[in-house]
Design a protein around this ligand. Sequence first.
Ligand code: ADP
Length: 437
Amino acid sequence: MEAKITLSLFYMGLLSAVIAITLSVITFYGTIQEQIQRDLQASGDMVATVYENGFIQPDDLTKFGTEDLRVTLISADGTVLVDSQAAASEMDDHSQRPEIKDAQSLGFGWAARESQTLGTSDYYYAQELESGEILRVSVAAVTVPMMLGQAYPGLIGILILLFILAVVFAVLLTKRLLRPIKSLPAQLDDPTLASDTTRVYPELAPFVLEIQNQRAMREQLRQEFTANVSHELKTPLTTISGYAEMIETGLAKPEDNKKIAGVIHKEAGRLLQLIGEIIRLSELDASGEEVRQERVELLGLAKECRETLESAASQRGIRLEVTGCTWALWGNRTQLWELIYNLMDNAIRYNRDNGTVTVEVGQGFLSVRDTGIGIPREHQARIFERFYRVDKSHSRATGGTGLGLSIVKHVAEAHKGKISVESTVNVGTEIRVTFTE
Ligand code: ADP
């Protein structure tokens, strides 16, 4: 962005300078022309006065001519009598030259044109004398290239200077413009930042507020998550510790040891599962958007999950069905396996005995339907939050951690999938993931 702004400012500076120079040249050119014409007229008047007062003979008029100034005397019928730069006898009839015609009708005449006699570009000033003759003076016209040619070295110098100035100003201005923006990240912790117009451009204030709000929300979520994790870890550990203490202090009867070991084993298993899911979530958090890796076919993946969950389902007489057509998307196979597994696992755990779980795969979607306890409407929006459970004891009793659906949501989002829930209490639940690939 910095380079872009610098370049834009530089171009703007250079463009303004070029426009300014062009306008100056045009104005200067106009002034020079006026000046030349005034001088020409003065010379003409002076020569005419000298000649009319009889101080010189017609042939002496050539003496007034110089390398620059050309003097011509023309008779009333247009014949050239004297010319300071060409042989008068060889010159054609001048009665039709515009400046001569004007001089004859108005008393004087102007023209700027190519000289037919000399082939140069000239200014002409002609005036009618009392004798009816016409005295004409002319000088070479100044053209823009001629004028620039003279000013050439100075102009190049000015252009180089302007170029350097444009670069320096562009760099300095950009630095100045961006300084408040660059210093924003270091000040984001200050809650008064957005309202302080000396530190933040007013146009950026909503942006700063949004970032600050997001930060606060993230921080709050992080704190809640830490508190929840600590709490979830504490419960099984308290149980494990309590039972171990009973054995240690001899409070437990030796014949109960096996039972106690069973409880400790189960609680340790829960701990391991919880820690595993926390690790998976943090891995998902870290991987961000970079999940797309391979072509993953969902129907086959659902069938693999069915095999893994088959024995847990059959223990409660629950039938697992996988239907639909094969459909593949670009994604991460392990993550998508987890998504389907968690949805099917929930559909089994929150099902009634002898119920059914149906997984359907279609073009761009996957749905998991069960005939279970359902989710009350008021909870449906929140079940994807970390550690949110409708019925804590049911979740615990079935080996839930409260993290399964947050993993599902995370994986779905990373694969550009949208989740929808349809559920009726005591009838069943359908969770559908629609992929917008
Ligand atoms: P848990 O490990 O507790 O199952 P999840 O994140 O997988 O955690 O689900 C969150 C909550 O959503 C569960 O505790 C449960 O109350 C509810 N839930 C999820 N799936 C279903 C389902 N298929 N039927 C009924 N309730 C469900």
